[in-house]
Design a protein around this ligand. Sequence first.
Ligand SMILES: Nc1ncnc2c1ncn2[C@@H]1O[C@H](COP(=O)(O)OP(=O)(O)OP(=O)(O)O)[C@@H](O)[C@H]1O
Length: 266
Amino acid sequence: MTTTVSVDGLTVRHRRTTALDAVDLDFATGVHGLLGPNGAGKTSLIRVLATVAAPTAGRVELLGHDVAGHAGRTAVRRRLGYLPQEFGFYPGFTVREFVGYVAWLKEMSGADAAAAVERAVARVGLADRIDTKVRRLSGGMVRRVGIAQAIVNAPDVLLLDEPTAGLDPEQRVDFRALLRELGTTSTVIVSTHLVEDVAAACTEVTLMESGRVAYRGTPASLAELGEAAEAEDIGDNPIERGYATVLRRHRAGAAAGTVAGTEVSR
Ligand SMILES: Nc1ncnc2c1ncn2[C@@H]1O[C@H](COP(=O)(O)OP(=O)(O)OP(=O)(O)O)[C@@H](O)[C@H]1O
């Protein structure tokens, strides 16, 4: 499958903290779950891919463009969708106005944009609220507006930072179906703390720990790891046990002073 997102030697430092430590990763069409404990570097990675933060070192290529240059960034931004972890919006805008504003930023043309806004809002189940002001919506509904603005331009690369936080169980189920559908044609990278999201929606898992990639594989292969005897005491389901097993091994490697390798299972 063609690589659409590629990072090579990606390092991000925030003052004295190394958030990403020479990470190499490739992604293609599909739904890619980013898992990892707090502070693992997931948001730092997504922000660089969204071109809203510059790396300290390393190369980032999106849809065939090196985003270090202005021309490359401009070319890819139109084809990106991004839901930040902390999603800012104009509370006085209606849902239609806000999603329409993002469509305009993506340089979509008038007639196409109006139809695309209605489609995106309907896909997140807010068609009946399209002319409601965002400030009058519940927290979960605002999150869904965030998802609508991220998909309005039918992006080739969709970056979602904890999109299911604040969604109710029914909405999470619908959202996972939407992810699976989007992943048939786009590269979707989604950070989450919910292993249920990964099990239900992702074609691949990347597990981060302390700025490094600790594991890559399918949700099924991560679950298989969790069946190992050493993980019996942790986690409520096979994927959680697989997650805990990988973290234990990765941390043990780091504590032993060896550079912990990435477990890759395909
Ligand atoms: N603006 C910043 N200034 C200083 N340190 C930062 C900043 N942003 C992130 N960090 C640090 O970089 C590391 C990686 O943070 P990042 O937000 O990328 O992790 P994360 O995996 O997204 O975590 P979470 O699951 O909590 O969202 C952490 O140690 C964090 O404290």
